[in-house]
Write a protein that binds this ligand. Structure first.
Ligand code: G
Ligand code: G
Ligand code: MN
Ligand code: NA
Length: 252
């Protein structure tokens, strides 16, 4: 409860920050995207992971203004990098399913793109499979797609109904969950799972990226099996914008 009250003030006190994690295309040998990840710099507890406070933010309805802040800040940052460096790198932003229940979401997104100047083709929104996805939310996703925004399924394969999801929803990309990546060198079932998901992506003509890649062995296995995009500590950890600028410069 106390944390809830504090979270309410976190935005106005500028305690929320965004870190960025590069996404590497191993075939092109360059950074093709970055994921924006929220952090709460708590005055006494230090950095708190969104895994701890997003559920609370969702319960309190705070995810709506927080999500809007993340989107606006990250789009503005990405557009600044584009202008500074002449790069074409995409931005991924995590979307809570609660935000898809906000009937003003599409207007807000359109406005944020206009205000920041970021072209819609450089924005991707990550959603997780969720029971709260009804036809209304499906329509919202279609509208976002028609703005030119890409939609990816985060943590793919860990929830229910993964395949029917791909059939029903207008998604463009699968994010292969790190739990499968972790075991590719020790667990035959994880290897099978990874290969199966990669072929699902191919059959559905979707892009695919692997998350949580920490070792060269994992990266090689993925690339050899047709997953060329990699996100994980093996290449880069999430970092603050200042560090990201240097990393992007080097990746030009
Ligand atoms: O960065 P980290 O591994 O601590 O993230 C933990 C979880 O928080 C992940 O599931 C991630 O998708 C989620 N998350 C990170 N940033 C955001 C955000 O801006 N909005 C939402 N809804 N979830 C986020
Ligand atoms: O659920 P989502 O995919 O949005 O969450 C991504 C989370 O995974 C981020 O919080 C990020 O900090 C974390 N992450 C990114 N790369 C790695 C990695 O290589 N290993 C581990 N353990 N976590 C990672
Ligand atoms: Mn994500
Ligand atoms: Na994930």
């Amino acid at each position: 409860l106390e944390m809830g009250n504090h979270l309410r003030q976190a935005m106005t006190r500028n305690e929320l920050e965004i870190v960025y994690q590069p996404q590497v295309d191993c075939e092109q040998g360059r950074i093709v995207g970055v994921e924006a990840l929220l952090r709460w710099k708590h005055p006494t507890k230090g950095y708190i992971s969104p895994a701890e406070f997003i559920p609370l933010a969702e319960e309190m309805g705070l995810i709506i203004p927080i999500g809007e802040w993340v989107l606006r800040s990250a789009c503005a940052q990405m557009e600044a990098w584009h202008k500074q460096m002449g790069i074409s790198v995409a931005l991924s932003v995590n979307l809570s399913v609660r935000q898809l229940h906000d009937e003003r979401l599409v207007d807000k997104v359109r406005l944020i793109l206009e205000e920041t100047g970021l072209e819609p083709r450089f924005l991707e929104m990550e959603i997780t499979e969720n029971v709260a996805m009804k036809d209304e939310q499906l329509d919202v996703l279609r509208e976002l797609r028609s703005l030119g925004i890409a939609i990816s399924v985060d943590d793919f394969g860990t929830k229910y109904s993964s395949l029917s999801y791909l059939k029903r929803f207008p998604v463009t990309k699968i994010k292969l969950d790190q739990s499968f990546v972790r075991g590719v060198h020790t667990d035959a079932k994880d290897r099978a799972m990874v290969k199966a998901i990669i072929s699902v992506a191919n059959y559905f003509q979707l892009n695919i990226i692997a998350e949580g890649v920490e070792t060269e062995e994992q990266a090689s296995f993925l690339v050899e099996n047709g997953c060329k995009q990699i996100q994980g500590y093996y290449f880069y950890r999430p970092m603050f914008a200042e560090d990201m600028l240097l990393v992007l410069r080097q990746s030009l």
